[in-house]
Design a protein around this ligand. Structure first.
Ligand code: ADP
Length: 276
């Protein structure tokens, strides 16, 4: 390695050292849980919205922060089409299904692309974490953008994050990125609550499970890195339809088999943080 490269690598390393940062909690919130994925399209936002609703159903006060600046999904998945109010100092979250929500999608036209550089993303994240009037929340669920970029770095370095859940499909190509995601959170000292295998299989009319994207890859990755495997969520068209209609499945059909899986995740999280 050349001297210049070595210098650059040392500078990067020190930038990533967690001890160099003072981490602030999100005001008005007890616990901040990030929902992360290495790739787009694996069901991260679907997971974030349904987990938030499942936590609410078991009696928690919940906020949902859409930090996916470049591709916000919460306005569509929660059917919100209004702008948050502001008193000039703070933004009021929009309350839907008893969940306090904030998204860049509430502030910009849905079809306007966010052509933003890193510092602008960092500044938006600071606004959402410090300048939103989050009230009396047990949990704030943060829907992260996919990958390992500026948003993850800003959150991990500046915000007190209490846990991260990594959602993936079982394909090898998604798992490669999951490994990068695990290493990033480990490096930034963010506790990984576990890995979720979404769209694991499709149950056919013949009663058989078809594992379209491969089998067991997410569990194997969790084992390899000594992380918890939280479980599988099958592919079910009702999940997509509910999200597209602005009422996620846990809210629309709380007794659905998929909703029950989310309730199990929610109970586990509640027990980990509020009942220990
Ligand atoms: P991401 O946030 O990772 O980009 P989304 O949550 O937007 O992914 O999900 C991508 C697509 O997959 C959406 O159309 C969503 O409705 C669908 N989807 C997610 N999970 C499931 C599931 N378990 N069964 C069926 N469709 C799903």
């Amino acid at each position: 390695m050349s001297d210049k490269k070595r210098e650059l690598s040392a500078a990067m390393k020190s930038k990533l050292e967690p001890k160099n940062f003072k981490k602030n909690p999100i005001i008005g919130t007890k616990f901040t849980i990030a929902i992360s994925s290495a790739k787009g399209g694996v069901g991260k936002s679907t997971f974030a919205t349904n987990l938030a609703l499942a936590l609410k159903k078991i009696g928690c006060n919940v906020g949902l922060l859409d930090a996916d600046i470049y591709g916000p999904s919460i306005p569509k998945m929660f059917g919100i089409d209004e702008k948050p109010k502001s008193d000039g100092q703070k933004l009021e979250p929009i309350v839907k299904y008893d969940i306090q929500c904030m998204s860049i999608g509430f502030l910009a036209d849905q079809q306007t692309p966010m052509i933003w550089r890193g510092p602008m993303v960092t500044s938006a994240i600071k606004t959402f974490t410090q300048k939103v009037n989050w009230k009396n929340l047990d949990f704030i669920i943060v829907d992260m953008p996919p990958g390992t970029g500026d948003t993850q770095l800003t959150f991990s370095q500046e915000i007190k994050m209490d846990g991260a859940i990594i959602v993936s499909t079982p394909q090898e190509v998604a798992l490669l990125d999951v490994k990068r995601g695990i290493k990033m959170f480990d490096k930034l000292s963010v506790k990984i609550l576990g890995l979720v295998d979404n769209m694991s299989f499709f149950k056919g009319d013949d009663g058989k499970n078809y594992r379209i994207f491969g089998e067991g890859g997410v569990k194997r990755t969790a084992d390899e890195f000594n992380k918890d495997f939280l479980g599988e969520i099958p592919i079910n068209p009702a999940v997509g339809q509910a999200g597209d209609n602005g009422k996620p499945i846990v809210e629309e059909s709380p007794d659905h088999e998929i909703s029950k899986i989310y309730l199990r995740f929610a109970n586990k999280i509640k027990a980990t943080y509020l009942e220990d």
